[in-house]
Design a protein around this ligand. Structure first.
Ligand code: NDP
Length: 336
Protein backbone atom coordinates (compact mmCIF):
# COMPACT_ATOMS: atom_id res chain seq x y z
CA UNK A 1 0.00 0.00 0.00
CA UNK A 2 1.34 3.47 -0.85
CA UNK A 3 2.11 5.57 2.21
CA UNK A 4 -0.64 8.10 1.30
CA UNK A 5 -3.22 5.31 1.05
CA UNK A 6 -1.96 3.85 4.36
CA UNK A 7 -2.40 7.23 6.03
CA UNK A 8 -5.95 7.50 4.59
CA UNK A 9 -6.82 4.01 5.82
CA UNK A 10 -5.44 4.81 9.27
CA UNK A 11 -7.46 8.03 9.37
CA UNK A 12 -10.64 6.25 8.26
CA UNK A 13 -10.18 3.61 10.97
CA UNK A 14 -9.65 6.04 13.84
CA UNK A 15 -12.82 6.32 15.95
CA UNK A 16 -14.58 9.66 15.63
CA UNK A 17 -17.89 11.39 16.29
CA UNK A 18 -19.76 14.22 14.61
CA UNK A 19 -20.45 16.76 17.34
CA UNK A 20 -22.80 19.75 17.36
CA UNK A 21 -20.43 22.24 18.98
CA UNK A 22 -23.34 24.62 19.72
CA UNK A 23 -26.92 25.14 18.51
CA UNK A 24 -27.09 26.46 14.95
CA UNK A 25 -27.17 25.62 11.27
CA UNK A 26 -25.57 22.51 9.77
CA UNK A 27 -22.09 24.10 9.92
CA UNK A 28 -21.97 23.51 13.71
CA UNK A 29 -21.42 19.77 13.08
CA UNK A 30 -17.71 19.06 13.54
CA UNK A 31 -15.62 15.89 13.40
CA UNK A 32 -13.88 15.04 16.67
CA UNK A 33 -11.77 12.00 17.64
CA UNK A 34 -13.15 9.72 20.36
CA UNK A 35 -11.64 6.97 22.46
CA UNK A 36 -14.18 4.22 23.02
CA UNK A 37 -14.13 3.30 26.73
CA UNK A 38 -14.54 -0.17 28.26
CA UNK A 39 -18.19 -0.85 29.05
CA UNK A 40 -19.18 -0.55 32.72
CA UNK A 41 -21.76 -2.72 34.48
CA UNK A 42 -24.89 -3.08 32.32
CA UNK A 43 -23.31 -1.41 29.29
CA UNK A 44 -22.21 -2.54 25.84
CA UNK A 45 -19.70 -1.05 23.45
CA UNK A 46 -20.89 -1.16 19.87
CA UNK A 47 -19.27 -0.36 16.56
CA UNK A 48 -21.82 1.24 14.27
CA UNK A 49 -22.36 -0.19 10.80
CA UNK A 50 -25.20 2.20 9.91
CA UNK A 51 -26.79 5.24 11.55
CA UNK A 52 -30.25 6.70 10.82
CA UNK A 53 -30.84 10.41 10.26
CA UNK A 54 -34.06 11.89 11.64
CA UNK A 55 -35.81 15.21 11.75
CA UNK A 56 -35.44 15.12 15.54
CA UNK A 57 -31.67 15.48 14.94
CA UNK A 58 -32.39 18.77 13.18
CA UNK A 59 -34.52 20.00 16.12
CA UNK A 60 -31.66 19.06 18.47
CA UNK A 61 -29.08 20.78 16.29
CA UNK A 62 -31.05 24.03 15.95
CA UNK A 63 -31.83 24.13 19.67
CA UNK A 64 -35.62 23.72 19.26
CA UNK A 65 -35.11 20.66 21.49
CA UNK A 66 -32.60 21.81 24.12
CA UNK A 67 -29.35 19.94 24.68
CA UNK A 68 -26.15 20.61 26.58
CA UNK A 69 -23.66 21.45 23.81
CA UNK A 70 -21.22 20.23 22.63
CA UNK A 71 -23.36 17.16 21.96
CA UNK A 72 -23.15 14.07 19.77
CA UNK A 73 -26.46 13.96 17.88
CA UNK A 74 -28.15 10.96 16.29
CA UNK A 75 -30.91 8.83 17.76
CA UNK A 76 -30.88 5.47 15.99
CA UNK A 77 -28.28 3.04 14.79
CA UNK A 78 -27.23 -0.53 14.16
CA UNK A 79 -23.92 -2.25 14.65
CA UNK A 80 -21.88 -5.03 16.15
CA UNK A 81 -21.22 -5.60 19.85
CA UNK A 82 -17.49 -5.23 20.58
CA UNK A 83 -17.54 -5.72 24.36
CA UNK A 84 -20.03 -6.01 27.22
CA UNK A 85 -19.86 -4.97 30.88
CA UNK A 86 -20.54 -7.00 33.99
CA UNK A 87 -24.06 -8.40 34.18
CA UNK A 88 -24.79 -8.32 30.46
CA UNK A 89 -25.31 -12.03 29.90
CA UNK A 90 -27.63 -12.01 26.91
CA UNK A 91 -25.24 -10.27 24.51
CA UNK A 92 -21.75 -11.23 23.34
CA UNK A 93 -19.11 -9.69 21.09
CA UNK A 94 -20.07 -10.14 17.45
CA UNK A 95 -23.86 -9.92 17.98
CA UNK A 96 -25.72 -7.70 15.51
CA UNK A 97 -27.85 -5.16 17.37
CA UNK A 98 -29.85 -1.96 16.89
CA UNK A 99 -31.38 0.74 19.09
CA UNK A 100 -33.10 4.08 19.26
CA UNK A 101 -32.18 6.51 22.01
CA UNK A 102 -31.89 10.31 21.99
CA UNK A 103 -28.36 11.43 21.09
CA UNK A 104 -24.99 9.73 20.73
CA UNK A 105 -25.40 7.90 17.42
CA UNK A 106 -23.29 10.07 15.09
CA UNK A 107 -20.11 8.17 16.01
CA UNK A 108 -18.15 5.20 14.78
CA UNK A 109 -18.46 3.61 18.26
CA UNK A 110 -20.59 4.20 21.33
CA UNK A 111 -21.25 2.93 24.80
CA UNK A 112 -24.91 2.29 25.52
CA UNK A 113 -27.04 0.73 28.26
CA UNK A 114 -27.36 -2.85 27.03
CA UNK A 115 -31.07 -2.96 27.89
CA UNK A 116 -31.71 -0.44 25.09
CA UNK A 117 -30.36 -2.86 22.46
CA UNK A 118 -32.34 -5.40 20.48
CA UNK A 119 -30.75 -8.27 18.58
CA UNK A 120 -31.28 -8.24 14.82
CA UNK A 121 -32.86 -11.21 13.11
CA UNK A 122 -30.98 -12.45 10.01
CA UNK A 123 -33.69 -11.21 7.65
CA UNK A 124 -33.34 -7.57 8.77
CA UNK A 125 -30.24 -5.81 7.41
CA UNK A 126 -28.16 -3.44 9.54
CA UNK A 127 -29.07 -0.61 7.22
CA UNK A 128 -32.83 -1.29 7.41
CA UNK A 129 -32.65 -1.54 11.20
CA UNK A 130 -30.63 1.68 11.51
CA UNK A 131 -33.22 3.44 9.37
CA UNK A 132 -36.27 1.95 11.04
CA UNK A 133 -35.69 1.73 14.79
CA UNK A 134 -36.83 5.30 15.46
CA UNK A 135 -39.17 5.80 12.49
CA UNK A 136 -40.63 2.29 12.40
CA UNK A 137 -41.26 2.11 16.15
CA UNK A 138 -42.86 5.54 15.83
CA UNK A 139 -45.24 4.26 13.18
CA UNK A 140 -45.93 1.25 15.41
CA UNK A 141 -47.16 3.31 18.36
CA UNK A 142 -48.90 5.91 16.16
CA UNK A 143 -51.14 3.42 14.37
CA UNK A 144 -51.62 1.00 17.28
CA UNK A 145 -51.81 3.32 20.29
CA UNK A 146 -52.19 7.04 19.48
CA UNK A 147 -55.11 6.21 17.21
CA UNK A 148 -55.59 2.49 16.63
CA UNK A 149 -56.29 2.41 12.91
CA UNK A 150 -58.70 -0.42 12.09
CA UNK A 151 -59.65 -2.22 8.90
CA UNK A 152 -62.15 -0.02 7.04
CA UNK A 153 -60.93 3.26 8.59
CA UNK A 154 -59.82 6.17 6.42
CA UNK A 155 -57.00 8.27 7.88
CA UNK A 156 -54.81 11.14 6.71
CA UNK A 157 -50.99 11.05 7.04
CA UNK A 158 -48.97 14.18 6.25
CA UNK A 159 -45.44 14.14 4.74
CA UNK A 160 -46.30 10.74 3.27
CA UNK A 161 -43.10 10.46 1.22
CA UNK A 162 -40.81 11.10 4.22
CA UNK A 163 -39.02 8.58 6.42
CA UNK A 164 -41.90 8.00 8.82
CA UNK A 165 -44.44 8.54 6.03
CA UNK A 166 -43.32 5.76 3.67
CA UNK A 167 -43.29 3.20 6.50
CA UNK A 168 -46.75 4.35 7.66
CA UNK A 169 -48.37 4.04 4.22
CA UNK A 170 -47.30 0.42 3.84
CA UNK A 171 -48.17 -0.59 7.39
CA UNK A 172 -51.60 1.06 7.26
CA UNK A 173 -52.35 -0.74 3.99
CA UNK A 174 -51.29 -4.04 5.54
CA UNK A 175 -53.87 -3.37 8.30
CA UNK A 176 -56.65 -2.80 5.76
CA UNK A 177 -56.78 0.95 6.37
CA UNK A 178 -57.41 3.45 3.57
CA UNK A 179 -54.58 5.94 3.92
CA UNK A 180 -54.67 9.36 2.32
CA UNK A 181 -51.23 10.98 2.16
CA UNK A 182 -49.99 14.48 1.50
CA UNK A 183 -46.61 15.27 -0.06
CA UNK A 184 -44.78 18.14 -1.71
CA UNK A 185 -44.51 17.69 -5.49
CA UNK A 186 -45.45 15.16 -8.15
CA UNK A 187 -42.44 12.85 -7.67
CA UNK A 188 -43.06 12.54 -3.92
CA UNK A 189 -46.77 11.88 -4.55
CA UNK A 190 -45.91 9.07 -6.96
CA UNK A 191 -43.51 7.54 -4.43
CA UNK A 192 -46.11 7.68 -1.64
CA UNK A 193 -48.68 6.05 -3.93
CA UNK A 194 -46.21 3.20 -4.49
CA UNK A 195 -45.89 2.77 -0.70
CA UNK A 196 -49.45 2.00 0.31
CA UNK A 197 -51.35 5.28 0.12
CA UNK A 198 -54.70 4.93 -1.66
CA UNK A 199 -54.81 8.67 -2.41
CA UNK A 200 -52.01 11.24 -2.35
CA UNK A 201 -52.51 15.00 -2.38
CA UNK A 202 -49.81 17.47 -3.42
CA UNK A 203 -50.42 19.94 -0.60
CA UNK A 204 -48.05 22.48 -2.15
CA UNK A 205 -50.52 22.86 -5.03
CA UNK A 206 -53.91 21.60 -3.89
CA UNK A 207 -56.11 22.44 -0.91
CA UNK A 208 -55.90 19.21 1.06
CA UNK A 209 -59.05 20.03 3.05
CA UNK A 210 -61.14 20.20 -0.13
CA UNK A 211 -59.59 17.03 -1.54
CA UNK A 212 -60.08 15.01 1.65
CA UNK A 213 -63.70 16.14 1.84
CA UNK A 214 -64.20 15.03 -1.73
CA UNK A 215 -62.51 11.65 -1.19
CA UNK A 216 -64.50 10.95 1.99
CA UNK A 217 -67.74 12.38 0.54
CA UNK A 218 -67.85 14.99 3.28
CA UNK A 219 -67.58 12.47 6.15
CA UNK A 220 -64.00 13.31 7.14
CA UNK A 221 -61.28 10.98 8.36
CA UNK A 222 -61.04 9.00 11.60
CA UNK A 223 -57.56 10.35 12.42
CA UNK A 224 -54.94 12.73 11.14
CA UNK A 225 -51.27 11.95 11.85
CA UNK A 226 -49.64 15.37 11.58
CA UNK A 227 -45.86 15.88 11.83
CA UNK A 228 -45.79 19.07 9.75
CA UNK A 229 -47.35 21.26 12.45
CA UNK A 230 -47.76 24.98 11.83
CA UNK A 231 -48.65 24.82 8.12
CA UNK A 232 -51.08 21.91 8.30
CA UNK A 233 -52.78 21.75 11.71
CA UNK A 234 -55.72 24.09 10.99
CA UNK A 235 -56.68 21.99 7.94
CA UNK A 236 -55.98 18.77 9.85
CA UNK A 237 -58.64 19.72 12.41
CA UNK A 238 -61.12 20.57 9.66
CA UNK A 239 -60.89 17.22 7.85
CA UNK A 240 -61.53 15.10 10.94
CA UNK A 241 -64.91 13.41 11.34
CA UNK A 242 -66.92 14.09 14.50
CA UNK A 243 -65.01 12.62 17.52
CA UNK A 244 -61.97 12.08 15.27
CA UNK A 245 -58.40 12.01 16.64
CA UNK A 246 -55.75 14.61 15.93
CA UNK A 247 -52.32 13.06 16.45
CA UNK A 248 -49.72 15.84 16.43
CA UNK A 249 -46.29 14.21 16.50
CA UNK A 250 -43.90 16.75 14.97
CA UNK A 251 -43.38 20.22 13.55
CA UNK A 252 -41.21 20.15 10.43
CA UNK A 253 -42.80 23.47 9.27
CA UNK A 254 -42.75 25.07 12.74
CA UNK A 255 -44.60 24.70 16.03
CA UNK A 256 -48.42 24.88 15.98
CA UNK A 257 -48.29 27.48 18.72
CA UNK A 258 -51.73 28.97 17.95
CA UNK A 259 -53.49 25.67 18.68
CA UNK A 260 -56.21 26.06 21.34
CA UNK A 261 -58.18 23.42 23.20
CA UNK A 262 -61.39 25.19 22.06
CA UNK A 263 -60.45 24.24 18.45
CA UNK A 264 -61.36 20.65 19.36
CA UNK A 265 -64.97 21.59 20.23
CA UNK A 266 -65.33 23.82 17.18
CA UNK A 267 -64.28 21.02 14.81
CA UNK A 268 -66.47 18.19 16.15
CA UNK A 269 -65.62 17.30 19.76
CA UNK A 270 -62.27 15.96 18.65
CA UNK A 271 -59.58 14.12 20.62
CA UNK A 272 -56.00 15.33 20.44
CA UNK A 273 -52.71 13.82 21.55
CA UNK A 274 -49.07 14.95 21.30
CA UNK A 275 -47.05 11.75 21.78
CA UNK A 276 -43.33 11.01 21.71
CA UNK A 277 -41.79 7.60 20.99
CA UNK A 278 -39.58 7.36 24.04
CA UNK A 279 -42.57 7.07 26.41
CA UNK A 280 -43.83 4.10 24.40
CA UNK A 281 -40.57 2.12 24.70
CA UNK A 282 -39.51 3.20 28.19
CA UNK A 283 -40.10 -0.33 29.54
CA UNK A 284 -37.80 -3.02 28.16
CA UNK A 285 -40.81 -5.30 27.56
CA UNK A 286 -42.49 -2.66 25.35
CA UNK A 287 -39.29 -2.07 23.41
CA UNK A 288 -38.93 -5.81 22.76
CA UNK A 289 -42.60 -6.31 21.81
CA UNK A 290 -42.71 -3.36 19.43
CA UNK A 291 -39.33 -4.19 17.85
CA UNK A 292 -40.42 -7.83 17.37
CA UNK A 293 -43.54 -6.68 15.51
CA UNK A 294 -41.56 -4.14 13.47
CA UNK A 295 -39.00 -6.76 12.42
CA UNK A 296 -41.80 -9.21 11.59
CA UNK A 297 -43.54 -6.74 9.28
CA UNK A 298 -40.21 -5.87 7.62
CA UNK A 299 -39.23 -9.55 7.37
CA UNK A 300 -42.59 -10.41 5.77
CA UNK A 301 -41.95 -7.84 3.02
CA UNK A 302 -45.18 -5.96 3.85
CA UNK A 303 -43.11 -2.94 4.92
CA UNK A 304 -40.02 -2.22 2.85
CA UNK A 305 -37.45 0.21 4.20
CA UNK A 306 -36.62 2.67 1.44
CA UNK A 307 -33.06 3.90 2.05
CA UNK A 308 -33.05 6.61 -0.62
CA UNK A 309 -30.07 8.67 0.66
CA UNK A 310 -26.71 7.50 1.95
CA UNK A 311 -23.97 9.79 3.28
CA UNK A 312 -20.62 9.18 4.91
CA UNK A 313 -20.81 9.85 8.66
CA UNK A 314 -18.36 12.73 8.21
CA UNK A 315 -20.78 14.30 5.70
CA UNK A 316 -23.73 14.44 8.08
CA UNK A 317 -24.07 18.21 7.54
CA UNK A 318 -25.02 17.46 3.93
CA UNK A 319 -27.64 14.99 5.14
CA UNK A 320 -29.13 17.64 7.45
CA UNK A 321 -29.21 20.22 4.67
CA UNK A 322 -31.03 17.79 2.38
CA UNK A 323 -33.58 16.83 5.06
CA UNK A 324 -34.30 20.42 6.06
CA UNK A 325 -34.76 21.60 2.50
CA UNK A 326 -37.30 18.84 1.72
CA UNK A 327 -34.94 17.17 -0.77
CA UNK A 328 -35.09 13.70 0.80
CA UNK A 329 -37.61 10.89 0.49
CA UNK A 330 -37.89 7.82 2.68
CA UNK A 331 -34.90 6.97 4.84
CA UNK A 332 -31.50 8.63 5.12
CA UNK A 333 -28.57 6.60 6.47
CA UNK A 334 -25.01 7.48 7.47
CA UNK A 335 -22.26 5.00 6.78
CA UNK A 336 -19.42 5.18 9.34
P1 NDP B 1 -39.23 13.37 6.94
O1 NDP B 1 -38.43 12.48 6.07
O2 NDP B 1 -40.71 13.16 6.96
O3 NDP B 1 -38.89 14.86 6.54
C1 NDP B 1 -39.74 15.90 6.88
C2 NDP B 1 -40.74 16.19 5.75
O4 NDP B 1 -41.66 17.16 6.24
C3 NDP B 1 -40.12 16.82 4.52
O5 NDP B 1 -39.55 15.90 3.62
C4 NDP B 1 -41.32 17.54 3.92
O6 NDP B 1 -42.04 16.65 3.06
C5 NDP B 1 -42.19 17.85 5.14
N1 NDP B 1 -42.24 19.28 5.40
C6 NDP B 1 -43.35 20.04 5.34
N2 NDP B 1 -43.05 21.31 5.59
C7 NDP B 1 -41.73 21.37 5.80
C8 NDP B 1 -40.83 22.45 6.07
N3 NDP B 1 -41.26 23.71 6.18
N4 NDP B 1 -39.52 22.18 6.21
C9 NDP B 1 -39.07 20.91 6.10
N5 NDP B 1 -39.88 19.86 5.84
C10 NDP B 1 -41.20 20.09 5.68
O7 NDP B 1 -38.64 13.32 8.41
P2 NDP B 1 -38.72 12.12 9.47
O8 NDP B 1 -39.33 10.93 8.84
O9 NDP B 1 -37.40 12.02 10.14
O10 NDP B 1 -39.71 12.70 10.56
C11 NDP B 1 -41.04 13.07 10.18
C12 NDP B 1 -41.66 13.86 11.30
O11 NDP B 1 -42.00 12.98 12.36
C13 NDP B 1 -40.80 14.96 11.89
O12 NDP B 1 -41.59 16.10 12.15
C14 NDP B 1 -40.32 14.33 13.18
O13 NDP B 1 -39.99 15.25 14.14
C15 NDP B 1 -41.52 13.52 13.57
N6 NDP B 1 -41.22 12.41 14.49
C16 NDP B 1 -41.84 12.39 15.70
C17 NDP B 1 -41.64 11.37 16.56
C18 NDP B 1 -42.42 11.30 17.83
O14 NDP B 1 -42.39 10.28 18.52
N7 NDP B 1 -43.16 12.34 18.20
C19 NDP B 1 -40.67 10.30 16.28
C20 NDP B 1 -40.13 10.36 14.94
C21 NDP B 1 -40.38 11.41 14.10
P3 NDP B 1 -42.91 17.30 1.86
O15 NDP B 1 -41.92 18.00 0.97
O16 NDP B 1 -43.55 16.13 1.23
O17 NDP B 1 -43.86 18.27 2.49
Amino acid sequence: MASGARRTAARAAAPFAMVAVRAGDASVLARQPIEPARPKKGEALIRHTAIGVNFIDVYQRTGLYKLDYPAILGSEGAGVVEAVGVGVTWLKPGDRVAYTQPGGAYATHRLIAADRLVKLPARVSDEAAAAAMLKGLTVHYLIHDSYRAREGDTVLFHAAAGGVGLIAGQWLKARGVTAIGTAGGAAKCKLAKAHGYAHVIDYTKEDFVERVNKITKGKGVAAVYDSVGKDTYPGSLQVLRRFGTFVSFGQSSGVASEFKLADLAANGSLFATRPTLFHFIAERSDLERRARQLFAVIGSGKVKIAVNQRFALADVAKAHAALESRRTTGQTVLVP
